[in-house]
Design a binder for this molecule. Sequence first.
Ligand SMILES: [Zn+2]
Length: 104
Amino acid sequence: MSASNTGSAGATTAEAVTLLLRSPRWSVTDVMELLEIGDAEFRRLVEQNGKLARVLQERKADSAFDGLTERQCKACGELFRTATFRAYCGAPACRRVERLDRKR
Ligand SMILES: [Zn+2]
């Protein structure tokens, strides 16, 4: 590996993109607009920069799973989001049904 590409526009852009994408406040689109990079250039940067690719992967993993799953309440049929494997939503009536259900 030579250092001949130090200071090339590509390397600095990749660094800027990496830094911006570490912050959850910026979306990929925001960053692309901010740094005026197109789709093709963005893909090229990701291919050339392992650090950037990793940050991007972590973000994808985060947005794909936030720890909550959507379930349908067994009692009232409402959809609710939960981090556990509960079958009932948080409504008082449904919690009562849940308690009865457990005793069975
Ligand atoms: Zn319910």
